[in-house]
Design a protein around this ligand. Structure first.
Ligand code: CDP
Length: 806
């Protein structure tokens, strides 16, 4: 790096800093099967836990007999709610201000709910013994329909709160009602509708889906009775929150709890909250004095840990006859299942759903959300999205298409007419959000040109004529989606979880030889943080990315942070990393000035060094300064070169994108082929274009899964009928379409390096784009809205309803 023959640009390239398609450093261990996941952990004397679960969707628990299970050789203990009551842990608080049963206490409220926890010498014995726990149930009427939850005579799900008139978020209006939450200006919106030339109204449903990470939720709890200390390894997206909440629940002092999240095989929101499995493993370790491992199987994961979405959005748009939107109104019923265990910032029980005006300049808008209890598993997490952004984006993007159809306008043209214009940024939406930056028209234009939009519509027109003449049984659909996200929670004035302000952190130590370590409060689950945080440091400090180790997930060593979900790592911890670097750089500059015998102000930064202004041959590289920091600091200065930053962002960041999808639908079989999918994303400054592309590919694949087949479905008796990959669609390489990716770059003005999050974007924009494409295929036949998921059978049914099968 000290090579004076290299130009600044050449030296910059060698650092592999921001903008470089640096290969993922974590893949060296992952592709060799050398990752270190929770289930790889084997501790001496370790026991295994497994659950007895409810076969009923709703039932009174009359009796639990554990005698036979306890008698099975190899079984060490069986825990029920009665056991947990002795340590006051039969119920636990949720992240949403509700309480949740750890093990069934008097009733079961959904199928597969945890009833007893069996601890045995090995996993097989634990599973066998779990089947031997004898439970006497009295079946109760079940409700799995959120639209019926607040009707008279609906089965009361939560007897423990049925008489409470107030919940965590205000007044309740029915025993199954959790909260009402509103945003926007109702009077102004109603007035806009009264004046409107054209209005549309549609019930837009985002079904219950599940993040289903490849690695299920799991933990190992090890309680040291001598020290009174608990070590908990787990698949935690937010290790510090688990430590704090764990301390509050268990009363173990927080400094005596060590939470470690090793490598994680996908999280997607599923691993943010706390589950009964964690509590039971901890209690089991305390009771037995031995480490206890709990690992979910796939059915348990799909049917009991945090679901996503389940929003029923009754949506209206008001518009002038020439296509200018004037108002948006949405009444939503949110199905939260049996406990309100949603992962949202405390103030927003419906998350960031009020981003519902999307990318469009709506003068007035109003949303009202009612959360309800049903006999379904709890959760309500942000599955690859920022709280409830995905629901909002799906809703507005479908509604915009429905309005375009009503007006007889092209959906892209209708969007262009209403997109927020560049000169309006920073833009304050009708809901009060301040969008930081954007150049929507340029993005839309680039997307349309790249796919040859005009030609596609001409082709579609010809195909529709041919279909009408009976020459083809295939329909062509062109889906357009333009989405705006809101990621990077959050400004602490607005966002907290259980009172813990949502900031994040980075601590950087530069060693004497110019290498270093960066520890953060976030936690990668596959996003490549070890690669990309090092790139920020490389650019900021002029040290090669390869010389920086990145460590997350150990609460003993990492500074306090709120974890990784909702694309918050880059907007918050990425910023913290840059700010910590700047503190280090400021100190290095003083050391350089001392060594070069000039004033600080006489120095300028050049890629990896401070050089004297006007005398570039006089310089000190960052590597030299690191060495000097440990033996040649100016008099009075502390030795060492390290810094910590807790970053509380001034605002969210607002990434956006323009997606276009082309499908061909066979009306006789419902089989849908995705001919093209083009995704243009703008996430501000791009740290690693290759990783961004990987994020987009992954998110689009999940979006494809959701739009084209995923649904956690319950029958009327409360049986979950989609609890395995036989029934729950997880796209493999065989089904996954080819993705075309593109970008524009509009930096965030308030982020130190101008970066916005990206991980969630493809899911947020992808789902409505697929759905719009399918709907567009049928639109000319008078169809206005076909609900997701668009699996072959449902698409065939849509064709049948339109009378296309003769
Ligand atoms: O919080 P999470 O890591 O899920 O989401 P993110 O902040 O969007 O980052 C996902 C990955 O994309 C990380 O490895 C980021 O460093 C990378 N990224 C990037 O290279 N450039 C951006 N502008 C945003 C994210």
């Amino acid at each position: 790096m000290n090579d004076v023959t290299l130009s600044s640009a050449e030296r910059a390239e060698k650092l592999e800093g921001m903008g470089c398609k640096r290969k993922r450093v974590e893949d060296i261990r992952f592709v060799q099967g050398k990752g270190n996941f929770v289930d790889d952990l084997k501790l001496p004397g370790m026991l295994y836990g497994d659950f007895t679960r409810s076969p009923h969707g709703h039932a009174r628990v009359k009796n639990i007999d554990t005698t036979k299970a306890a008698a099975l050789p190899g079984v060490v203990a069986v825990i029920t709610a009665e056991t947990l009551k002795t340590v006051n842990l039969a119920w636990m608080p949720t992240l949403a201000g509700d309480v949740q049963m750890v093990l069934a206490d008097g009733k079961v409220l959904y199928q597969n709910q945890e009833v007893a926890f069996v601890i045995a010498e090995d996993r097989y014995t634990a599973a066998d013994a779990a089947d031997l726990v004898e439970v006497e149930y009295e079946a109760l009427p079940v409700n799995v329909d959120p639209l019926k939850a607040m009707t008279e005579g609906a089965p009361i799900v939560r007897e423990d709160v049925k008489d409470k008139t107030d919940g965590a978020h205000g007044k309740r209006k029915h025993p199954n009602h959790i909260f009402s939450w509103a945003a926007g200006d109702k009077a102004a919106t109603d007035a806009a509708f009264e004046k409107a030339d054209v209005t549309i109204k549609a019930m837009i449903v985002y079904p219950r889906v599940h993040p289903c990470p490849l690695e299920t939720c799991q933990c190992v709890a090890s309680f040291d009775k001598i020290k009174g200390e608990l070590t908990l390894w787990g698949t935690f997206q937010a290790p510090h929150v688990i430590r704090t909440v764990g301390s509050l629940i268990s009363k173990i002092p927080e400094h005596k709890i060590h939470v470690i999240a090793p490598d994680i095989g996908g999280g997607f929101g599923n691993k943010v909250g706390a589950y009964p499995g964690y509590i039971c493993a901890i209690v089991a370790s305390i009771v037995t004095g031995r480490p206890v491992k709990w690992v979910e199987d796939r059915i348990e994961n799909l049917s009991t840990t945090a679901f996503a979405r389940d929003f029923y959005m009754d949506t209206e748009i008001a518009c002038t006859k020439d296509g200018k939107v004037t108002g948006l109104r949405c009444y939503t019923i949110a199905d939260h299942g049996a406990f309100d265990a949603c992962a949202n910032a405390t103030k927003w029980p419906a998350g960031l759903f009020s981003i519902i005006t999307g990318s469009y300049d709506f003068p007035a808008a109003h949303v009202l959300v009612d959360g309800v209890y049903t006999n379904k598993a709890p959760g309500g997490v942000a599955y690859r999205c920022s709280f409830r952004v995905t629901e909002a984006a799906y809703c507005i993007e479908r509604a915009m298409d429905i309005m375009a159809q009503r007006l007889g306008m092209d959906p892209a043209e209708f969007r262009i007419k209403n997109l927020i214009r560049r000169e309006q940024f920073p833009y304050t939406s009708a809901m009060g959000w301040q969008y930081d930056s954007g150049d929507y028209h340029v993005a839309m234009q680039k997307a349309m040109e790249s796919v040859g939009y005009k030609k596609l519509r001409e082709e579609q027109k010809a195909k529709r004529e041919a279909f009408k003449r009976g020459e083809t049984r295939e329909l062509m659909g062109v889906g357009v989606a333009f989405f705006t996200e809101i990621v990077g929670a959050g400004p602490s004035r607005a966002c907290d979880i259980l009172g813990i302000a949502m900031f994040d952190s980075a601590e950087i130590r530069i060693h004497p030889t110019g290498t270093g370590i960066c520890r953060l409060g976030t936690k990668s689950q596959g996003q490549g943080h070890e690669t990309t945080y090092a790139q920020i440091i490389a650019t900021e400090l002029g040290l090669p990315a390869d010389n920086i180790a990145v460590e997350e997930g150990n609460t003993d060593t990492a500074p306090y942070g709120l974890g990784t979900y909702g694309s918050r790592s880059t907007p918050v911890s990425g910023a913290a990393t840059a700010m910590a670097c700047r503190k280090i750089k400021a100190k290095a500059q003083m050391i350089a000035a001392y060594m070069l015998e000039v004033h600080d102000d006489d120095l300028e930064w050049d890629v990896d060094r401070f050089r004297v202004k006007g005398a570039p041959e006089r310089f000190k590289t960052m590597t030299e300064l690191a060495w000097a920091a440990y033996h040649e600091v100016p008099p009075g200065m502390e030795p060492g070169l390290e810094a910590i930053n807790y970053y509380d962002p001034p605002n969210f960041t607002f990434p956006f994108g323009a997606y276009i999808c082309v499908v061909d639908v066979d009306v006789d079989t419902g089989v849908t082929k995705v001919r093209r999918f083009y995704a243009l994303d703008d996430c501000g400054t791009r740290i690693n274009p290759m990783i961004i592309e990987g994020q987009i590919h992954g998110g689009l694949t999940e979006a494809y899964g959701i739009a084209m087949g995923q649904e956690i479905h319950y029958d009327d008796e409360g049986n979950v009928t989609t609890a395995s990959f036989m029934d729950y669609f997880l796209p493999t390489a065989v089904e996954t379409p080819h993705w075309e990716t593109d970008w524009t770059t509009t930096p965030s003005p308030h982020h130190p390096i101008g970066a916005k999050g990206v991980g969630e974007s493809p899911n947020v924009g992808g789902v409505p784009c697929f759905s719009n494409a399918i709907n567009d295929a049928f639109a000319f036949l008078g169809s206005t809205h076909i609900q997701m998921p668009h699996d072959h059978w449902r698409t065939w049914t849509a064709a049948e309803k339109l009378g296309l099968h003769g």
